[in-house]
Design a protein around this ligand. Structure first.
Ligand code: SAM
Length: 244
């Protein structure tokens, strides 16, 4: 399996492939794909609160920093210190098209892909981007400048500590949650008002389990959609919720 993030390709091998074979595959990739300059191997699964991965160098330029282009926006990031999935590009664009005006809060914002695409496609909105990882925030701030945007503020910190300090209520809240037990919906509700739309992501084999978990008398479920596979029979779901 290959994930290409800018000039870096990240390969995931099946068990039993020798180092020599891996190197050969990596060198072949460099030869055949002129846009790829570095080949890394995914050495560990996505882990911890920061949802980072460990990669091992295989071939090409020795770097883990890359610039990735998506929907006309640029994202600089380090593949090991920041979560980034090119597979969410369709989701980011779809959410950006659903947002029209007002104040948008993006939680778990990483290096800013949701925040930046929303802000770029909707210059009239004001985006607040909250992320725990220091490195991700450093890149998110750089990415705001790289994309010449002046309608985003990046707030580093834990959603649980940052949200109680925010004075305003938001029209839209985007929650590309990490795979953790906490739904963070109680926190999001504190900065929402009547008619706020929450784009909530969760993981399960079936949507019923999620519906049960998020039951709340202030939330109306507008729609549920499958937003990708994360393992055999385990899916990412997006629920569009309205605060009533
Ligand atoms: C699944 S990633 C999504 C990143 C980004 N939105 C994207 O699409 O590339 C989840 C992100 O949430 C961050 N995170 C985890 N717990 C957090 C918390 N309590 N407060 C703020 N950010 C948190 C992680 O560091 C990680 O960058």
């Amino acid at each position: 399996m290959i994930d290409a993030i800018g000039k870096i390709a990240i390969l995931k091998f099946k068990e039993g492939i020798s180092s020599k074979e891996k190197k050969k595959i990596a060198l072949n990739l460099l030869k055949t794909q002129s846009n790829i300059k570095t080949v890394l191997e995914k050495a560990e699964k996505v882990k911890g609160r920061l949802r980072t991965i460990k990669t091992k160098y295989l071939a090409g330029e020795k770097t883990k920093e890359t610039i990735y282009k998506e929907s006309g926006c640029l994202f600089k990031l380090n593949t090991d210190s920041c979560y980034f999935s090119p597979r969410l590009s369709g989701e980011r664009l779809e959410i950006a098209s659903k947002i029209k005006k007002g104040k948008v809060l993006v939680l778990f914002a990483g290096v800013g892909p949701f925040s930046i695409i929303i802000a770029k496609k909707n210059p009239q909105v004001k985006v607040t981007s909250v992320e725990l990882g220091k490195e991700c925030c450093k890149y998110a701030k750089e990415n705001v400048i790289l994309n010449r945007l002046n309608n985003i503020r990046v707030i580093p910190g834990d959603v649980k500590k940052v949200l109680p300090k925010l004075k305003e209520k938001f029209d839209y809240i985007v929650m590309p949650r990490p795979q953790l037990k906490d739904t963070f919906l109680e926190d999001a509700l504190k900065v929402s008002k009547k008619n706020t739309i929450i784009f909530y992501y969760d993981f399960s084999s079936n949507p019923e389990e999620i519906l049960e978990k998020i039951k709340n008398k202030r939330l109306k479920v507008l729609s549920i959609k499958k937003a990708g596979n994360i393992a055999p029979y385990k899916y990412r779901w997006r629920l569009d919720l309205k605060v009533i």
